[in-house]
Ligand binder design. Sequence first.
Ligand SMILES: Cc1cc2nc3c(=O)[nH]c(=O)nc-3n(C[C@H](O)[C@H](O)[C@H](O)COP(=O)(O)OP(=O)(O)OC[C@H]3O[C@@H](n4cnc5c(N)ncnc54)[C@H](O)[C@@H]3O)c2cc1C
Length: 423
Amino acid sequence: MSVAILWLRNDLRLHDHESLHQAVRRAQAIVPVYCFDERLFAETPYGFKRCGDLRLRFLLESVQQLQAAFAEKGVKMHVCVGKPAEQLAKLAQQTGAKWLYYHRESATEEMADEQAVEKALIQLGLECHSSWGSTLFHPDDLPFPISRLPEVFTEFRKKTERESEVRESRAIPHQMKGVTDLPADVWPPMPEQTADERAVYPFKGGEAAGLSRLQAYFWEGDHLKSYKETRNGLLGADYSSKFSPWLALGCLSPRFIYEEVRRYEKQRIANDSTYWLIFELLWRDYFRFVAFKHGKKLFFKGGIRQYTEGHAHKPKALQLWREGETGQPFIDANMLELAATGFMSNRGRQNVASYLVHHLKSDWRAGAAWFEHCLLDYDPCSNYGNWNYLAGVGNDPRENRVFNPQKQAEQYDPSGSYRRFWS
Ligand SMILES: Cc1cc2nc3c(=O)[nH]c(=O)nc-3n(C[C@H](O)[C@H](O)[C@H](O)COP(=O)(O)OP(=O)(O)OC[C@H]3O[C@@H](n4cnc5c(N)ncnc54)[C@H](O)[C@@H]3O)c2cc1C
């Protein structure tokens, strides 16, 4: 029997899955595998782990749910912990697989993993096939090569909107066959911590929960038609879509969301709000392409602009900021929400990032690392891309953008209800 390994990372879904589609077409049987990379459990130089408990919980739930979804289709999915190259090489030998299929990523560590995995599997005689599946626009369809990606988002957006098309999403393959004789799964333990009950949304990992959130936000609640007016909110489930955790792990496909927006526009209403959700998904695309273009510079202090100046890391300031003890109520409320729930609004993220850099005059990379630890929706491109932007070392065409937390609180939390909620 000819076998293909399907290496899963941030594509934890069955719908619109290019690599799954290709693997099923090619092989008689597939072995989907998720490897919890040891890197997740490493310590940062700032004294906390790279992946915090709430984020790990969401990831574990997403993998569990995908394994159950494959099982319903009669396919066994393998789960392991370690270095992907070593684990996949072992699995290739155990299953006698001929092919590897996977989706490419655009951040440096993930790309280094791809090289290591391919090298190990090619040595064992496998053919490796990668495809792209994480953005609205396929990089091959952009009106410029990534090496010439505009440094200003508006230029990227206008040209792309004018000259490129979003490809149609892939249907779930009707029939799949798995391999029954697989090694025993190894899982990291499920963390005990659960999100604070004040969380904006009871986030649960997995494709099914992501799809049901989309159903509720677009169709049942009919919130899409007013998204542009509500998106700067701070309290409650429906001021914004809350799709980001599922998008980050690929439980939701951006192309599927796009098709649902188009369907909503046909069946309900097309207005500035329906456009604006796609506009925000374009920001997400943009940061993926920025990461691809700029490589490891995204993670350096001088950012993609390669500035030579920048603030030193200030451990005490970082600690006060992380714990919501800066004394600035709007900042503290947001930081308390983040630590207790793994989520913070976009308005909050802009303010707390600006505060760490411009008020506390502290190295932005420590703040980005704390976001990486906490955020359910952590994704290297969006996180480090936005931090570069806010720290003035990224794609912001405006020099010295500083958020005044007092003024921002007056504008976005005029009654103080958000600050009281998280005090
Ligand atoms: C400092 C900082 C760090 C951030 N880190 C992350 C991160 O690690 N992961 C992440 O997904 N988003 C990140 N964001 C972007 C943004 O804050 C979140 O995507 C958004 O708040 C998620 O909520 P939502 O799904 O309800 O968004 P909505 O307002 O409903 O937007 C829909 C989708 O568009 C995308 N999107 C919206 N705004 C942005 C943006 N500024 N950049 C990139 N994509 C965007 C997201 O995928 C989001 O789910 C960061 C923003 C800042 C300022």
